[in-house]
Design a protein around this ligand. Structure first.
Ligand SMILES: NC(=O)c1ccc[n+]([C@@H]2O[C@H](COP(=O)([O-])OP(=O)(O)OC[C@H]3O[C@@H](n4cnc5c(N)ncnc54)[C@H](O)[C@@H]3O)[C@@H](O)[C@H]2O)c1
Ligand SMILES: O=c1ccn([C@@H]2O[C@H](COP(=O)(O)OP(=O)(O)O[C@H]3O[C@H](CO)[C@@H](O)[C@H](O)[C@H]3O)[C@@H](O)[C@H]2O)c(=O)[nH]1
Length: 439
């Protein structure tokens, strides 16, 4: 099929590349000339394992094109995807201005009847708004909007596109829904067909539920710290019950990233607008806020930071295998360390450039050894493999004072302590993980 895509961020670009990979002809549009120039040259502006190779292959085979020209992207297309950002707006509400602009631009450029597929995460009623916007801008063509939310995880995006658990397609015009289902046939992933509003809500409900699991286990971690239990043993013991499952029960300094924080806020805000107070989700957000402060609270209890203390911040991305620093817990830690006058060295294998946009004057390195060298305290924010593979000896050798506050439970507390590291983590009270199971 002939497809246009508005937005070449994480979602638009991965969608475009993967649809081209299965044989569709895709033209990706962005307003950023810089991104389009990079993409035309076969280089992805985002770090995503496997993306560059697939991008270059499909450009070479002439199924994938990049442009800043709306006519090229929208004329003579059967389907047009909207994959622009929906950032956090006022009072946590989803900011739909980019979606509205894209809808107006599509209305002005299409040259035939078309199905608009909304991939961006949008509140209930947005697809209706998109259809109305196109109609209000005098398009002479028939336009149907279909909700097709995206479930990819950054760092696993290509894998998720080909091995996702489900594809959700929501629409009130059956032929438009079937057209989108036909597009995805080569992916061999179960397709859920539903109405537009339910599809829009499936996305928010899924993210909110996963965020709830994380805040829940973080509350359990806090109880573990008080009672002396070990949160990893508790999570594993709970997760073996198939109704609960082991995933998203990893305690830490809370969830970050471009989706969970903004989407949980958008859902509470959408609920409030509809006259319903989503009490549980408000608590999930409150717990996450408190959890972001956990490492600094521990450091303060220990009086770890004084003016001029050399502090290493290990990991800046909101999770491993991505260079995305949007809403990363590292921001809060760095702000607090700066406020307390610490001398900070920030380490990340790939996300330092993105973090420079937030803290331009910080000292950065992509060498872990350089970051901890001479440090008096280290804060682990991201569970990068490069950090997890270290031994206690690495820290005792390079740090001036091996004092570690680990927000991602990267190490066995017993091994760290016996290796001479003053080690503080989340929900483990200094105990090693102990659990055996027999059949
Ligand atoms: N990042 C993720 O992991 C992820 C996963 C699932 C869903 N989502 C949702 O998908 C949407 C996009 O997220 P993202 O992370 O890809 O965003 P992003 O900010 O990385 O990319 C959005 C892109 O859209 C471009 N753009 C803005 N206005 C445009 C216009 N009028 N025409 C063409 N391009 C335009 C921007 O320049 C930018 O490159 C959001 O709603 C997000 O919540 C994101
Ligand atoms: O047990 C866990 C799992 C995750 N996290 C944290 O939660 C955040 C989000 O992690 P993850 O879900 O892996 O990353 P995203 O790439 O943000 O993906 C989420 O958000 C996307 C955007 O909506 C959705 O498409 C995905 O399905 C959904 O998993 C990160 O800060 C993680 O460190 C934990 O603290 N504990």
């Amino acid at each position: 099929m002939n497809i246009g895509i508005a937005g070449t961020g994480y979602v638009g670009l991965v969608t475009g590349v993967c649809l081209a990979e299965v044989g569709h002809h895709v033209t990706c549009l962005d307003v950023s000339q810089e991104k389009i120039d990079m993409l035309k040259g076969g280089h992805s502006p985002i770090f995503e394992p496997g993306l560059d190779d697939m991008l270059q292959k499909n450009i070479r085979e002439e199924r994938l094109h990049f442009t800043t020209d709306r006519s090229e992207a929208y004329e003579n297309k059967e389907l047009i995807f909207i994959a622009v950002g929906t950032p956090e707006g006022e009072n946590g509400k989803a900011d739909l201005s980019y979606v509205k602009t894209a809808a107006r631009e599509i209305a002005a450029s299409i040259t035939n009847d078309v199905v608009i597929v909304t991939k961006s995460t949008v509140p209930v009623g947005t697809n209706e708004m998109v259809e109305d916007t196109v109609k209000a801008h005098g398009s002479a063509y028939q336009v149907h909007a279909v909700s097709n939310p995206e479930f990819l995880r950054e760092g696993n995006a290509i894998h998720d596109a080909f091995h996702g658990d489900r594809i959700v397609i929501g629409g009130n015009h059956q032929p438009a829904v079937e057209k989108v289902a036909e597009l995805y046939a080569p992916f061999d992933i179960p397709i859920v067909r539903t109405d537009t509003k339910s599809a829009e809500l499936i996305k928010y409900a899924s993210n909110a539920f996963l965020a709830t699991k994380i805040s829940f286990i973080n509350e359990i971690a806090n109880i573990c710290e008080i009672t002396g239990a070990n949160v990893e043993a508790v999570a594993q013991g709970m997760g073996l019950d198939k109704r609960i499952g082991t995933q998203f029960l990893k305690a830490g300094i809370g969830f970050g990233g471009s989706c969970f924080p903004k989407d949980t806020k958008a859902l509470t805000s959408m609920s409030a607008e509809a006259g319903y107070e989503f009490r549980m989700l408000n608590a999930v957000l409150e717990v996450n806020e408190l959890q972001h402060n956990k490492l600094m609270e521990k450091a303060n209890e220990y009086s770890a930071i004084e003016k001029g203390t050399k502090a290493a911040v290990l990991g800046l991305a909101f999770k491993p295998n991505t260079d995305d620093t949007r809403d990363t817990p590292a921001i809060r830690i760095i702000e607090e360390l700066q406020r307390q006058g610490a001398d900070i060295v920030a380490y990340d294998p790939i996300a330092t450039d993105k973090m420079k946009e937030v803290f331009p004057d910080l000292t950065y390195t992509n060498s872990l050894e350089e970051a901890v060298n001479g440090a008096e305290t280290a804060f682990i924010i991201t569970d990068w493999a490069q950090i997890k593979e270290q031994t206690p000896a690495f820290f005792t050798k390079h740090m001036k004072r091996p004092l570690i506050f680990d927000g991602r439970n990267c190490f066995d507390p017993g091994e760290m302590v016996s290796g001479g590291v003053h080690y503080h983590s989340i929900g483990r009270s200094g105990n090693s993980f102990r659990m055996t199971m027999s059949t």
